[in-house]
Ligand binder design. Sequence first.
Ligand code: GDP
Ligand code: IMO
Ligand code: MG
Length: 426
Amino acid sequence: MPASVLVGAQWGDEGKGKVTDLIAGGFDVVCRYSGGANAGHTVVVGSKKLALHQIPSGIMYKDAISVIGNGCIVDPEVVIQEINTLESEGVSCENLRISGNAHLVMPYHKDLDGAHEQKLGKNLIGTTKRGVGPTYMDKMNRIGLRVQDLLDDNTFNQKLEAALAYINPILTDVYGLKPYDQKTLSVQYLNYAQTLKPYIIESSLYLNRVLDDGKSILFEGAQATMLDIDHGTYPFVTSSNCTAGGAVTGSGVGPTKINRIIGVAKAYLTRVGSGPFPTELTDEMGEKLRQQGAEFGVTTGRARRCGWYDAPIVKHSVRVNGLTDLAITKLDVLSCMDEIKVCVAYNCDGERYDSVPEFQSRFLHAKPIYETLPGWNCDITGIRRFEDLPKQAQAYIDFLEKLAGVRISIITVGPEREQTINRYWN
Ligand code: GDP
Ligand code: IMO
Ligand code: MG
């Protein structure tokens, strides 16, 4: 298996960290390809529970190389903090590599993120305020600073000067914020450089060499399909291509090298931040899911919006990512339900839609059409084989599989690495 991609199939927080950690042992390299510290991936191994924002979840395997690809944005402060936390937990970061082409998140990006959200008022996106939108804006506007700029003080200062000439007037004149002093920022970042220099590589060359040597790569997606800048619920999305195509541009590995793409979907659905969510439950049922599933953000601590599984959304993910496999996570959370609903289609102003409507104005009015399945009402967290699941749980998985049209290869029944039913992933 040369290269596989793992991608969020819903609105994020599907359990990508857990599934990455589960399968990463079968790969030589784990590479993040998009997003920044907006991600919050939880990995639970024995008594260790880690929340990773920047560093790939593969770091838990001491023999695997963890790469932050060029499609990512890097907040040096967060990376250094994460390295320190991991090392203090006994997890070595010796095998971490960071692409020199990845862009740097600067403090002004975080200021602009917060200020812009404030300006949007009730129309806010509900961002993580990690500076993601403004950093990708500067990348596209060709005034961004890259990780490789940390390698040379003169280059860094020249680029910072050019960036501030553009950014400072925006900070002061548009948002009424304080401008940044070049010297202070330069000292701060060139200080980070001392720690980060040993990790910086040319990642496309490196990753292709890995493949040429007959080794394998797992691309760990962050965010999710419905948060993708092109294929998600724009403008209520993040600012990168989190879908499988992003693994190609975000790493410099060609699409012909990728042979398996696994989408991760929760057995129900959650979303953080604003935007449409047809199956959202704002009643006590939603609260029950939130409590049972501990649905509170890893990055911001916000309560996640909760609702029933939405099959058209997963079908959309199957299509835009070209999924070959699905992982269904948190099946155990549904054990508390007498009945479980699944959205199989939408009613949009009287018209039935079996897939996500082509235009957002339609999607905003989508009312879910549900089918109701019986619950199983017993603890499944100790089950490791599909055949041992209660018949109702098997029927639920079979139903989701039929709706998605892709095999469900992994089912998770608890946060720990072992709390997993592996059907077809090897
Ligand atoms: P990610 O961003 O996709 O990596 O997901 P998060 O880490 O933000 O959120 C998933 C949460 O669910 C984490 O707290 C995980 O520890 C937890 N989790 C993952 N799989 C399972 C599962 O099968 N059952 C339960 N109960 N929790 C799980
Ligand atoms: P993981 O990798 C869930 C959401 C934010 C907001 C929108 C834009 O843990 O699944 P941004 O800060 O990216 O500009 O915010 O995207 N968002 C996430 N939601 N999980 C994430 O990451 C997310 N990363 C961003 O809540 O609605
Ligand atoms: Mg998360």
